[in-house]
Design a protein around this ligand. Sequence first.
Ligand code: ADP
Length: 443
Amino acid sequence: MQNIWSTEAWAIVVAACTLALLGILTDEWFIASLVTLGAYIAWLYHRMLKLEKWIRKGTKTSQVYEDRGFVGIIIRQLYQQKKIYNQRKRKTKRILRRLNQNISALPDATVLLNSEFQIEWCNEPAMYLLNLRSPQDLGYKINNLIREPAFLAYLKNPGDREYIEIQSPVDESISIQVRLVSFGGNQSLLIARNISDQKQLQESLKNFVANASHELKSPLTVISGHLEMLDAEDGLSDTGRRSLQTAQRQTERMKDLIQELLLLSQVESYRLAPDEGDRVSITELMANVMTALEKYADRERVSLVLPENLFLLGVNIELEGICINLVENALKYSSPGTPIQVKWVESFRGEYVFSVEDQSSGIDVEDIPKLTKRYYRGAKSRADTSGSGLGLAIVQHAATKHGATFQIESEPGKGSCFSVTFPSYRCLQRAKQSASVMRLADY
Ligand code: ADP
């Protein structure tokens, strides 16, 4: 610091000496003052301009120069800051390079998107799973490059679902699971994973269950026939008859289970086209539901609201599966004597809504999303009632297959409402306004 001010002091001393010399030699003190001051200011300007040029060119450390005066303080400060900045930049670059290498090594396709869904970066698997090219596709909107409708719908409302499954744009035989994760406020990371092997395994498992169920059907019919024949015999002891009845009950359970497994594999197979299906009379369908529920002695507590002339486009046995499972569950899980309301109504949007409302003890909120998973049974139900845990999985898949939505609402202690809303393109005839209310048993 002392050095700096001594330089400036020296400059002033030199200026004063020059002024004195010029004044004595010319005796024109005013002009001598102007010349000396002008020279001093020009010297200062020269230093300032040199500094400005160095700053304008990016304060490069390689071009740093020395100034012994006060300008040197500014140069030194800027030089130090630039050095720190360069060190940080090098460190950040190193981290970014390592991160890039790590993400590139991931087997999942990873795409970095900005708030407009424009591609900012993608790794190598994104090229062979999503058909993206780097750097050619950088800056393009991903929704212009992947046109799959399910993907576009997911991009619009990513909060609706955790992930979606679509076919790879590169090869239709490859199934991919796509997940969108938002970060940093308005950016998102698109992660796509090849799940073809997993899908194939699931498919073969489904086929195995369907085939095994099918194969079990014939021997079970034979066993049940023989049990019926034995039942007709007179000479059976009490113990023998009790054993026979147990065997008959278990055979019936097995038959129901096989029936459910076969129906589940049928509804899972594919999604119906909007114009696919048979003309199903809901009046006749509800009559079949009643027959199927004859084993419930207290089914009088079920009241049914059904407008005339309801016809749906769909698969009869699958629609029946939806109705039987929901009404049967209401009978199974609500206390005897409590009312159950079954309704078919037309919404103002022209959809048909089938709903079953009961006054059971209700379902815990955290349990609701799990109910439609196959084999899932509520803890209380497992202890109190028999069942397979397949009923609501059948309802969910049959609804999806028909383009319908399945909704479960429940309030612990008050009861539950299960409803299936069929889209208007499945409704073949407008319902007449008058709806009849009847007991399911009298129906
Ligand atoms: P299952 O009836 O064979 O157990 P479901 O798939 O039909 O299988 O039902 C799954 C679970 O959902 C049941 O175990 C039960 O815990 C719960 N559940 C279904 N319907 C009702 C209902 N109406 N009221 C209360 N709980 C229900």
